[in-house]
Design a protein around this ligand. Structure first.
Ligand code: BGC
Length: 371
């Protein structure tokens, strides 16, 4: 506490002396591995936001909310998306440019969380604070904070929804035939979602309640490169041909998000098979419709507005030289350090609780109420 108070005072003194350009310098003296107290920086500073390609609606929304919210809070917002092709290199260039242009904080939704070390280390050397947004940045010291929905909990909720959906909708008792999908291997979240789901599903596979008829239970076999719908649809097409020809029914699918859930369901519908229970995540408008129409079983509400608000709050604390709010200092080991995190609670949504779950999300509530 003492160190923070002193550093904040130093920042105020620097401001008073007009030394604003130097005010983001770190106080020095923290032991290795310890996060140093923030020094604060000038109001109106530039904040960089480097987002990945727009693989789901939440990323599209995040960009708009950051631009609006940062400007409302008095900052200059520099919000960039990595394009769909050459994404990693482009994101590296964008981060480098943000450092050059004097950004005080860089918020990163990583395309590939393992490939930003060089650029983020340069950012740290320039006194920038780095916040990993939604996706953890791995194998580097150069990340100060992580802000996300609790990813393991997302997976657990998906696993539970799959089980409950099967009991309610499969039309027969166990065993149930299921298939498993996971997200892109370059996104640190993918393994955490999958592990969370498997913490619920593996015991049910072991006791024979669930049968993964293809035998593909390893995360490498279930991965969906780039989180692309076409890759999930292609894998589902080939699973249907290899494993579910004839009378063999597919009862359920673990899908890590809504975009992939709709691709999986499209594949099954095109093959003329019975509709399986399919999970999702993100509360994309089209999936909320499919849930209301009994096509997709569940999604997760991770309200992007809340996540962006929390991130901007943390940036405000950094600007003021205050202690940054975190509520988890254990879970997110990025390979070289445990990154202090602020985790928000995800909410499972099915047709049953949709109206309640979206009570504060007018655009989705409107969809629910139209059914
Ligand atoms: C996010 C998910 C999203 C996925 C694909 C993940 O990192 O946490 O909400 O569905 O990326 O865009």
């Amino acid at each position: 506490m003492k160190k923070i108070a002193l550093t904040a005072t130093a920042a105020v003194a620097a401001l008073a002396l007009g030394l604003t350009g130097c005010s983001s310098e770190r106080g020095g003296g923290a032991a290795p591995g310890e996060t140093e107290a923030p020094a604060g920086f000038e109001a109106g500073a530039t904040i960089g936001v480097a987002l990945p390609d727009k693989t789901s609606e939440n990323w599209v929304l995040a960009g708009d909310l950051f631009t609006e919210g940062l400007e409302e809070a008095g900052f200059q917002a520099d919000v960039q998306y990595a394009p769909a092709s050459n994404t990693v290199a482009e994101q590296q260039n964008q981060i480098q440019a943000m450092v050059t242009s004097g950004a005080k904080v860089i918020v990163v939704g990583a395309k590939d969380g393992k490939q930003l070390g060089t650029q983020l280390e340069a950012a740290k050397d320039a006194g920038v604070t780095v916040i990993a947004y939604d996706r953890l940045i791995e194998n580097t010291e150069a990340v100060d904070y992580y802000v996300a929905f609790d990813n393991f909990k997302v997976g657990e909720l998906q696993g539970q929804a799959l089980l409950e959906g099967l009991e309610a909708k499969a039309g027969h008792d166990a065993p149930y035939n299921v298939e498993l999908f996971s997200g892109s291997p370059d996104d640190a979240n993918s393994a955490v979602f999958f592990d969370g789901a498997m913490s619920v599903l593996q015991p049910k596979i072991d006791d024979g309640t669930l049968v993964v008829a293809s035998g593909q239970t390893d995360i490498a076999q279930t991965a969906t490169q780039g989180w692309l719908a076409e890759n999930a649809q292609e894998r589902m097409d080939s699973l249907l041909t290899s494993t579910y020809s004839g009378d063999t029914e597919l009862d359920g699918v673990l899908s890590p998000n809504d975009t992939l859930a709709r691709a999986i369901l499209t594949s099954v519908e095109q093959a003329g098979k019975k509709q399986p229970v399919v999970t999702g995540q993100d509360s994309e408008a089209e999936s909320v419709r499919w849930i209301m129409e009994d096509r997709q079983y569940s999604t997760i509400n991770k309200d992007t507005t809340l996540l962006v608000e929390q991130t901007i709050k943390m940036i405000g604390q950094l600007q003021a030289g205050e202690e940054v709010d975190v509520n988890d200092t254990e879970q997110y080991d990025n390979g070289v350090k445990v990154v202090p995190a602020y985790l928000l609670e995800p909410v499972i949504v099915t047709k049953e609780n949709a109206a309640e779950a979206y009570a504060n999300v007018p655009s989705l509530l409107e969809i629910v109420e139209s059914y």
